[in-house]
Design a protein around this ligand. Structure first.
Ligand SMILES: [Zn+2]
Ligand SMILES: [Zn+2]
Length: 135
């Protein structure tokens, strides 16, 4: 069995663990991710649902924007952006990489929605860039 990678929100109410391998990881520059994170991007990694386990804090998780696209799940106590995608349904869990307490191993592989990025958002790596969603 592979090593568990732990994650938590800022206040510690929400804790989870995941098992590698991840499906993928990337930076999303879309407006929803910008607004929700309060900064340039949401950087997130995906795992299959079976590899994800919520250890505590289910009651502290609120889901914003259901039916408007990828949801934004966050901690109601501290505001940490935690999960996206179709949380809590869906076959995969999209996890904000800033919430990991351990090195998840995977690194961001691409940029999506680069056409929506903030005027001051300068991409400084050589990863593939997509104008909209992942093709
Ligand atoms: Zn919290
Ligand atoms: Zn986005």
């Amino acid at each position: 069995m592979s090593k568990k990678i732990r994650g938590s929100c800022l206040c510690g109410a929400v804790r989870f663990e995941v098992e590698a391998p991840f499906v993928r990881a990337g930076h999303c520059h879309c407006e929803r991710c910008r607004k929700h994170s309060g900064t340039a991007v949401c950087t997130q990694a995906r795992v299959r649902k079976e590899q994800f386990r919520l250890l505590q804090g289910e009651d502290s998780i609120r889901v914003y924007g259901k039916g408007e696209g990828a949801v934004k799940a966050f901690c109601v106590n501290c505001g940490s952006s935690l999960f996206g995608g179709d949380w809590p349904e869906g076959d995969e869990v999209s996890i904000r990489m800033g919430t990991f307490d351990d090195d998840p191993g995977i690194r961001p592989q691409f940029h999506t929605f680069v056409d929506d990025r903030a005027a001051w958002d300068k991409i400084a790596d050589d990863l593939p860039q997509y104008p909209g969603p992942l093709p």
